[in-house]
Design a protein around this ligand. Structure first.
Ligand code: HEM
Ligand code: NAG
Ligand code: NAG
Ligand code: NAG
Ligand code: NAG
Ligand code: NAG
Length: 294
């Protein structure tokens, strides 16, 4: 089960990449293209540091064969990830028939994808370019209830010189945990769980987390707990925290904190919209392998 869930999270993570790049054309799966070395493709972009789950996509493709596009596989994996991770509360139907693109560029991905250090005006602008509203930005950010982030994506929040408001007790607990993770993972850039709900009771206690309305035994579940954490300044990313600084966005934060069913319904609708973003470009195919153009 744990394995299945980890893979499902990866599906959601890969899916998020459809967000604001070239529409849903599977380009993020490419290892190389005829004109780009491995360091030039989209998955090598700095903003795509968190992507994983490519082996799962390969395994699905191996079962489905040449008739099904990698772009369809990505959005369907995201749909199933949302259903599994939400324990069946977030379900939606998708049309298929997407085709795969042939272009993949790290530089373009770094230039278009939202960054964790963005201000709220930048996040709103980035989503608006693809016709996503501020409410949909807030809805989709709730996906950060699950999964992990590298320290490099939130280190600004632990540095007094660059920190955006963060609960001081939470920041102290986080800094201690990150030091421990460096040893456990043997790296200077460890991954930390996004959600304070998923931390052990000692951590939550030390942070002074108010878990009223949060199911603290639902570890790893995709639910509205992101909004409880954000409104207590107990989130990892600056891009999550800054949603508080916009009048419209902050109203949605409390709506979704207080009404789980409303968030689940709007999340499903926004995922459909995301999955239907048209692919840009002029040449398409159905790839034989998701990792390379035909
Ligand atoms: C609003 C703009 C967004 C920004 C700035 C953003 C940024 C990030 C960052 C920095 C990470 C961690 C990468 C790492 O260091 O490993 C991450 C992870 C993740 N994001 Fe987002 N994200 C955004 C929107 C979304 C959306 C729309 C979704 C899906 C609907 C999403 C789903 C996820 C998931 C599931 C992970 C965890 C991946 C894992 O556990 O491997 N994000 N995001
Ligand atoms: C290769 O990368 C460059 C720049 O990073 C990009 O402009 C180009 O479209 C990419 N080519 C292909 C075939 O993916
Ligand atoms: C833009 O988004 C709105 C709200 O979700 C939707 O009703 C509309 O059809 C979208 N327009 C386009 C051109 O996609
Ligand atoms: C930790 O990482 C370093 C450098 O990447 C490596 O040389 C070392 O063998 C690793 N130690 C363990 C215990 O895995
Ligand atoms: C949490 O804090 C309370 C009061 O400070 C303490 O009594 C309790 O033992 C703590 N629980 C854990 C798991 O640390
Ligand atoms: C809380 O989560 C646990 C573990 O996933 C689950 O068994 C339980 O039904 C949930 N409680 C509520 C009230 O949703």
């Amino acid at each position: 089960m744990a394995m299945k869930l980890t893979r499902a999270v990866a599906g959601a993570a890969v899916l998020s990449l459809c967000v604001l790049l070239a529409g849903c054309d599977g380009s993020v799966l490419l290892d190389t293209t005829p004109s780009n070395s491995s360091s030039g493709v989209e998955k090598a972009a700095a903003n795509n540091i968190g992507l994983r789950g490519f082996e799962l996509i390969d395994a699905i493709k191996a079962k489905l064969g040449d008739a099904v596009s990698c772009a369809d596989i990505v959005v369907l994996a995201g749909r199933d990830a949302a259903a599994i991770l939400s324990r069946g509360r977030i379900t939606y139907a998708l049309k298929t028939g997407r085709r795969d693109g042939v272009v993949s560029s790290a530089a373009a991905a770094d230039a278009t994808l939202p960054q964790s250090t963005f201000e709220v005006s930048q996040l709103k602008g980035n989503f608006a370019k693809k016709n996503f509203t501020t409410e949909e930005l807030v809805v989709l950010s709730g996906a950060h209830a699950v999964g992990v982030s590298h320290l490099s994506s939130f280190k600004d929040r632990l540095n007094a010189a660059t920190a955006t408001p963060i609960d001081p007790s939470y920041a102290a607990a986080l800094a201690r945990d990150v030091e421990a993770l460096k040893g456990q993972q043997n790296t200077t850039d460890p991954t930390e769980r996004f959600n304070i709900r998923d931390m052990d009771a000692g951590f939550r206690n030390a942070s002074g987390f108010d878990a009223t309305g949060v199911n603290t035994t639902a570890v790893g579940v995709l639910d509205n707990s992101f909004y409880h954490a954000t409104l207590q300044n107990m989130v990892l990313l600056k891009s999550d925290w800054v949603l508080r600084t916009d009048g419209e966005a902050s109203g949605s934060l409390s709506d979704f904190r207080d009404d789980a069913a409303k968030w689940e319904a709007e999340f499903a609708a926004a995922m459909v919209k995301l999955s239907n973003l048209p692919a840009e470009g002029t040449r398409f195919e159905i790839r034989k392998s998701c990792r390379s153009t035909n």
